[in-house]
Design a protein. Sequence first.
Length: 467
Amino acid sequence: MLEKLLTKLVAETTEVEFKENIELKKPKSWLKTVSAFSNGIGGIIYFGVSDERKIVGIENVQECIEKISELIKTRIEPLTNFNISAITQNNKKIIKLEIIQGTKTPYYYVADGNKVVFVRIGNESVNAPTYIINELVAKGERLTFDGMLSKYKYNDLSFTLFKATYLQKTGKQLEENDFISFGLMNEDKKLTYAGVLFSDQCPLLQSRIFCTRWNGLDKTSIFEDAVDDKEYSGNLIMLLDNGFNFIKNHNKKAWKKLPRNRAEYYDYNERIITELLVNALIHRMYDIVGAEIHIDIYDDRLEIESPGGMYDGSIIQNQDVLNIPSKRRNPIIADLFQRLDLMERRGSGFKKIYEILGNDKDKIKFFSNRTDFKVTLYNQNYNENYTENYTENYTENYTENYVENLNKTQMKILELIKKDRNITQKIMAEELKLSRGAITLNLKQLKDKNVIERIGSDKKGYWKILI
C-alpha cells in the first residue's frame, strides 16, 4: 500500500518531502521544512525514502523518533503540532512525520541564536520574505491587513465615489457610523487600511493595476511590443472600473449568421471578467510595496496576475476549484464588495464562472504559488487569422466606437482639450455655457470610458486624450 502511495507521489511537492537519512548532526535540512509546513497547509516528511521514492529504511527507529520529537520541540518555536509513526514495508522501516497546519504563525526555526521563518515555494522550503512574515504574524494574531489601523483619520480623506456608489447600489445614504460598523474605521475615527483603499485619494501606492494589450502571443513579438498600455491607481472602485473598461475596449466581437438573425460572440464574457477582477482586488496582498495587479491581453488569452498566492498557502492547480473552502485574505473588503453588489455571494464566484463556461471549462486555468496568483482566460474567438490587420484597425475601430458613445457636450469638451490640454473646468464651463457640475460629470464619464485621463494634480496637471 505504501509503495503505491509513493508511486503516486511523482516528486516532492508542496505537501510532501522525502529524506533518505535523518541527519541528526545537521537537522536544519528537514527542520526548515517542519517550519515551512507549519506556516503553510501542513505536510508529510518520509524518512528512509530516497528522492527517487525508493525505500531504503531507517535503523534504530524508536531512538530516531525520540530524537526527531526532541529536535522539533527545541528548534521550532512556537511548538507545532505533529504526529510521528513508524511504518514497515518489505522488512524495512521508515518514519512518517506529519506536520499539522499551524494556527500560531509564524513558526520559526531556532538555532545558534537566530530565528528564521521558512515557507514552502513549490517543492522547496525557503526563507520567507518580509511581507509573508508580516502576513503570518497577522494571521497568528487573528488580524488581516485590511482590518489593521492606518495612520490616516476619517477627516484626512474623502469618500465621494464610495458614498455615491453605495447610494446607487443600495438606495441608502452612507452615514459616518456605517464606517465603524463596516470595519472602515474605529471609534476614534482612525481609518483601517480597508477604509484607506475605499477613499478618493487612496494614498497606498501599491493600489494599482498595470494593463497591457500585447501584439501577438507573448511579450517578445517581432512587431511593435504593445498595442496599448495603461497604468491605473486609486481606490478599489476606480480600479475595478478602469480594469474592466480596458479589457472591454479590447474585447473584440465575432458573429455567426443564423437563419433569421446573427449571434454575437465576444472574445471574453464580461461577467467572467468582472468576477476575475473582483477576485484579484479582494484576495491580493496589499502590504507589498511596489506590487500591483497586472492585466495582460494577448491575441489568444487574457491573463490577470495579482500579488499573493492562496491565503492558506495551498496550491490552486492541485485542487478542485469548485470545492475550495472560502478563506478570505481581506474580509472587510470582500464584505463591502458584496454590499455594493460587485461580487457574487461568498465562495460562489468560481462556480459562476464555470457555470457560464459550460462545456468550455478548459478555457480557463488557475495557477498559484506562495507569492502570486494568476488566472488565464482563453479567447473563444481566437484562430490563425485573428491577428490579421489588428494593429492597423485598432485606433480607427475604437475611435469610431468612442464617438458613437459620446454625447455632444463630451465631443465639445474633447475639442477644447485638443486646443489647450491645460484648460481648467472653470474655463470649460464658461466656453460651453454650462455649470461646473455638468462639466465635472462629463469629464468623469470621459475618464470612465478611457477617452481622457488627468496627468498630474488638479492644479498643475494636464488633460491627455487617449483615443
